[in-house]
Design a protein around this ligand. Sequence first.
Ligand code: ATP
Ligand code: MG
Length: 423
Amino acid sequence: MKNIQSIKGMNDVTPSESPEWQYVEARVSELFQSFGYQEIRFPIMEKTELFARGIGEVTDIVEKEMYTFNDRNDESLTLRPEGTASCVRACEQNRLLFDRGTLVQKLWYCGPMFRYEQPQKGRLRQFHQFGIEVFGIEGPDIDAEILMLTARLWRDLGIEDAVELQINSLGTNAARTKYKAALVEFLNAHRSALDEDSQNRIDRNPLRVLDSKDQNTQKLLEDAPSLLDYLDDESRQHFEELKSLLDVVGIKYVVNPRLVRGLDYYGRTVFEWVTNKLGAQGTVCAGGRYDGLVEQLGGKPTPAIGFGMGIERLILLLKELKALPSEIYRTVDVYLVVGEGETKDAFTLCETLRTELPFLRLQMHCGGGSFKSQMKKADKSGAEIALILGSQEVKAGVVAVKYLREEKDQHTVAINELTTFLA
Ligand code: ATP
Ligand code: MG
């Protein structure tokens, strides 16, 4: 029979890769918690309307990237393409934003997202994000904090030299409306030189054109009017304060006036952490303010800011830079080789060791086999040492210790001294 393959763009994480995921997940979640952020979890599926309303009808995501289907009751459901809309929905539904004015929510989440895109390196159909969402703070202090948090993460992971922070301000709705008019005029004047997607967007969602991945279009946009010239005073001040906070703590940034982000809910601060090490899929982390979204989804006006970070891209970057510590790949410390007929004693020994040394990663050989084949498995497991419990050892009340990675002679240790020996 023919093998069944996974869905294109939806990958497995094999045992040899999972240490990389565990490493990143541990570093990121520890850092988030150390800033006082709390984890929130929400379903991977929502009513389609949530994303249509939340992300915006005229966006790549909603127009052509969502996994949408009708369930058996004919309700339109969508696999989440991102976390922010779901997070807002969950906060509202669980009344986490109820006590406005005094209550602040600093939240993080992690999990799979789904987008029907052209799979390639760093671009998948099921990918994974870490995200942060903060509700109830106008900023710019909180804008600066989440950038400091990400900057610290890059430092912790040893990749700070490979990522660049780009920031921009989208201003208020009113400022963007004025800017849009100027932009549309410019785009119309150059219509024929734009890529097809961008031409279609001029009338429907002109800001999206700035986000075009087409190189010719990007080149042309260098002469387009700049959003920063249209900023309202308050947004300008917000942006200036953010920049001065980043200056104080020494976080370098580049102001990119064409940075708009692919989702409709953003306003004021937007940012991306970009690397030139991953080709076209260079954005590792992206986000911004979305002060209007809570209201747009039926809640009371609530200032908010957040970001999403692509775990696959982060791991690709860590690998590219050889920034993953080699220890993470070792998953077994000790491998117990079991002589024929000694299974009962071996289990008894393991039970004691597991109780007394809960952090020891001990793998007991199961399935029998010759001493030689067991030693091969011990070696392959990556363990530092093999403990050997054969009939001679059992009789003598000892185990033999064989060093698998070091030039050290084999010796025995009395069973009642083994805990001390391994500790
Ligand atoms: P891009 O411009 O690369 O398509 P985006 O603007 O659509 O990204 P966001 O919606 O802001 O991305 O998602 C935040 C982060 O999630 C991105 O910066 C990236 O790291 C990651 N990401 C987004 N889409 C994918 C994907 N299809 N595969 C892998 N990672 C992704
Ligand atoms: Mg995209």
